[in-house]
Design a protein around this ligand. Sequence first.
Ligand code: SAH
Length: 395
Amino acid sequence: MNQAYITLEAGREKSLLRKHPWIFSRAIKQVSGTPNLGDTVDVFSAKGVWLARAAYSPKSQIRARVWTFEQSESIDLHFFQKKLSDALQARQSLINNSSAFRLIAGESDGLPGLTIDLYKDVLVAQFLAAGVERHKQLILQALKTILPNSPVYERSDVEVRKKEGLKPTTGWLTEPASSQIWIDEAGQKILVDIEKGHKTGFYLDQRDNRLIASSYVKGKSVLNCFSYTGTFGLHALQAGALHLTNLDVSQLALDTADLIYQKNTIDQQRYTNLNADVFKQLRQYKENQQQFDVIILDPPKFAENKGQVVKACRGYKDINMLALQLLKPGGILLTFSCSGLIDAELFQKVVADAALDAKVEAQVIEKLTQAKDHPVQLHYPEGFYLKGLVVRKTR
Ligand code: SAH
């Protein structure tokens, strides 16, 4: 047994009995011993029943994150090896059309606060909570036994680390390797910059949706809003889109899209990359009475916390209203939200409100979600964040 342990307030064991991995500060009656940032602590109910073993985070509202609900399980090299090899096996059997995948999706893979993506043979890791930060060396050792030839780059340059009392940090955790990696996604070559790109370098969660989008585009004009490095557009062009416009405010992302399209021998006349704010550019198109057959809206997360939900909904409604107006009758809108705090029902309501304001009629023809390498642990519904609707404008 560990020396330090925490005792919960009476009745606050309920979520742990339902195997939810978070223990909030207000649920804790007493901390015994002096656990440091990320130390492992045992968790007891008010009646003294052992419940879980967790990582302690003294600064965070999420005061502890559960490693295990099995009293006999130690948090050691073997523990991390098992989690990593289980996750790797699952990915290898689930993802067969890409040389890149999310190896570890935090809580949903039993490793709270850890994200690891594999780009061909390079691993990119984000240590987002005190427990995984504290066990970084052990996790690296475990990774080495599972994927011995994969260098590891750290991209822990994220705001959420502040809540855990951790500073942002980036850099190679092993021997350095190239930070520019060409991956393969459904037969297309895509450049991922793990150092300068967003997040860990690429949006793996949209892999399946990019192919679904490409099934609607043959012979059509496509507007890809919030394009990043243009992967929705790349698949669309390869599937026979007539013309593509990528819109993004990141010039680096658009330049990368250019490089990627060249590599895949796409004729420059088939696409336009426009550095523009989507909110403004959609209004400009409306003014110019320019229309499109297919529009993709894949904005960044608009709601980072509960206080931002109302404003975020206004943002989603605005771009969806404009997009629905710019579509030709019979046109297709693929619209997404990656704000976990806005659930699927609310998102659909926002899109419905957008259609009302746009004075158009439309129907949902498909519902989309995150790719299979971003699983949602059943006891951790927060793992579900990416929602998408394929909407057909009927009038
Ligand atoms: N669809 C992409 C991922 C999009 S991520 C893919 O499949 O890879 C969101 C993108 O929106 C980022 O590239 C960011 O630069 C861009 N962005 C954020 N705010 C924007 C705005 N107001 N106008 C245009 N682009 C924006």
